[in-house]
Design a protein around this ligand. Structure first.
Ligand code: AMP
Ligand code: MG
Length: 520
């Protein structure tokens, strides 16, 4: 296995002088050198062939001892210096101080096909930032991160990627439901890949300590490597940088809203500076459409990170980033302007996204109302978001009569759709039909467009849980099945038709299938 190592983060930025792997506060440094823990008996479960290709690993090398050694953390790749990053963050709206890579270890950066990728192991042992944690990850959360990050990419949502999923062979003690019942679970390691894993929290760390020198170095590094189009750093460029991050963050969140993804832990340490979905913890997918839903049991009470609040939280997190970058600019107004613009851009981008879900090409006055009326209808009775939009593409212009039948499969309790509720739905369909008549596209053309933005298959929590249950028994076939299916989430795949279905009743009450704790 021959990789073109092209380290930049640990070459250009300052390291922690302390080389001991002891838990501590780290000052004046971007990262600490640390070696992965040697796993007891690593075993490869799955690889992403596409990511292998992206970083320059031939498919014949995947089964080699070298691959197993490097991506399980058993052995260091030659001439590399792994490290854990220092960052801080706001968690659930509160300042949490120093956090850092508590169980992620960055191995190296690789250059391939003119692209540079940072390669990171999650669950490879403790670091100076592990605080009270053990630095490890269990199989269930690793399967979820592995499958979802690749699935999100194929849905067209900006995201970090995954190269491999391994068993470590170690046992990890966890209290999965946070109810005092601890048990040993299988340990696992995911190799994650992204251009960079820098988060809002990396900037917040230095700003909070008034370490302007490192704040500037980090910002300049980020602009140079990831926003080179902005040019040489200056006050003006820092403002443009913030604007670019705001735009990317907004774009990412609009995609989440489109596919019904709920991140679950939008803390500022989980916000990528590249606007990529990062840190797949207790995330989930909307089954019944519900603005108020969150998958995270820790957030059960306040529902800060509920589906409908994600765009606002994006703004709140950007405000924290603005506060951090302020020290480089010394002027609040440009940041305020950008944050105000985010709100306006959001309204417009959201409406455009909804138009695309409904198959509307043109902007027309009244579209906002059409969308809001639809949202009201979706809330009348539990309605599966994914199935609803997918089936709506079967609507034929002018055929209003009985058209609710088309989407019937999306209702969890179809018998509830009667009387006033049925009337409301029928009114909406009449409005939708009127609106469609203003469009030029034929039914068939519209269907093709709608099916390109409304996925047929998403990684519902119960599907991931079935794969996890099998994996815990040493069966990995379902992981591969879901992985293959989710490569083409917008295509009709007759082979996988059974996954185009509502969440089964048993899944409502089974751990891991509806809400999840942060335990991982
Ligand atoms: P998360 O909510 O998963 O994004 O984690 C928040 C912080 O806790 C990050 O700094 C993580 O690195 C750290 N963390 C989470 N789980 C562990 C663990 N098992 N061991 C060490 N640190 C952890
Ligand atoms: Mg995190």
């Amino acid at each position: 296995m021959k990789l073109k190592i092209a380290d930049s983060f640990n070459k250009e930025l300052s390291s922690d002088a302390n080389l001991d792997n002891t838990r501590r506060k780290v000052f004046g440094a971007m990262y600490s050198y640390v070696k992965p823990k040697r796993p007891l008996s690593p075993k490869l479960i799955h690889v992403s062939p596409e990511m292998c290709e992206n970083i320059g690993i031939h498919k014949d090398e995947v089964d080699s001892q070298a691959f197993l050694n490097v991506f399980s953390g058993s052995e260091l790749y030659k001439e590399t210096q792994p490290y854990a990053m220092a960052y801080a963050g706001h968690q659930f709206g509160n300042w949490a101080g120093q956090l850092g890579d508590g169980r992620a270890i960055n191995l190296f950066e690789v250059q391939h096909n003119k692209k540079r990728w940072a390669i990171q192991l999650k669950g490879a042992g403790e670091t100076p930032y592990s605080r009270q944690g053990d630095g490890l990850a269990v199989l269930r959360s690793s399967v979820r991160e592995y499958l979802c990050s690749e699935a999100m990419h194929h849905l067209g949502v900006p995201t970090t990627r995954a190269l491999s999923l391994m068993l470590s062979g170690d046992e990890v003690l966890r209290d999965m439901l946070y109810n005092g019942n601890t048990a040993y679970e299988k340990g696992a390691i995911v190799c994650r890949v992204a251009p960079s894993f820098i988060r809002f929290g990396n900037f917040e760390l230095f700003a909070s300590r008034n370490d302007i020198e490192n704040l500037k170095k980090l910002t300049d590094y980020t602009i140079k490597h990831f926003y080179p189009e902005l040019g040489a750093p200056s006050k003006e460029v820092y403002i443009q940088f913030f604007k670019a991050v705001a735009d990317k963050t907004l774009d990412m969140i609009i995609h989440w809203q489109r596919v019904g993804f709920v991140h679950g832990v939008m803390n500022t340490d989980n916000m990528s500076i590249l606007g990529q979905t990062i840190d797949y913890g207790p995330y989930g997918w909307l089954e019944g459409f519900d603005f108020g839903w969150t998958p995270n049991t820790t957030d059960r009470e306040h529902k800060r990170y509920r589906y409908g609040n994600q765009p606002n939280i994006g703004l709140w997190n950007l405000l924290q980033l603005a506060n951090a970058l302020y020290a480089l600019v010394d002027e609040a107004e440009p940041f305020e302007t950008i944050l105000n613009q985010y709100q306006k851009d959001f309204e417009e981008a959201f409406l455009n996204m909804m138009r695309s879900k409904l198959g509307l090409d043109f902007k027309k006055e009244g579209d906002q109302k059409l969308v809001e009326d639809l949202e009201d209808c979706l809330l009348l009775s539990e309605t599966d978001m994914t199935i609803f939009y997918r089936l709506l593409s079967n609507f034929e212009k002018g055929k209003v009569e009985n058209s609710l039948e088309i989407v019937k499969q999306a209702f969890y309790n179809p018998e509830e759709i009667q009387g006033k509720k049925e009337e409301k739905w029928n009114d909406w369909i009449i409005d939708y039909d009127k609106r469609l008549k203003l469009e030029e596209a034929t039914d068939q053309q519209r269907q093709i467009k709608m099916n390109a933005v409304n996925p047929k298959y998403v990684l519902r929590n119960y599907m991931a849980q079935l794969a996890i249950d099998d994996a815990n028994e040493g069966e990995y076939g379902l992981i591969d099945d879901l992985f293959q299916m989710l490569k083409n989430p917008y295509s009709n795949q007759p082979k996988y038709e059974k996954w185009f279905a509502k969440q089964p009743e048993w899944a409502r009450h089974k751990a891991g299938c509806s809400m999840l704790s942060c335990s991982s």
